[in-house]
Design a protein around this ligand. Sequence first.
Ligand SMILES: [Zn+2]
Length: 75
Amino acid sequence: MSTRPPTPCPVCKSPAPWEANPDRPFCSERCRLIDLGRWVDGSYAIPGPAADPLEVEAERQVPSAEGQGGREPWG
Ligand SMILES: [Zn+2]
């Protein structure tokens, strides 16, 4: 077992140290934040449905017009 060779930073493609690097696989915190920003920004294509599971769950729990059935405001 020897030390890992530097891996190319996914953001700037410069060799990033692996050992003792809290920001790996990025070369620096700056590149790590850039990558994070891309995700948040939506620049990366995310496979699958875009619907938020939490949103779908909330939609199913919309309260129905319970207790007001049959009563018409003009009646
Ligand atoms: Zn970098």
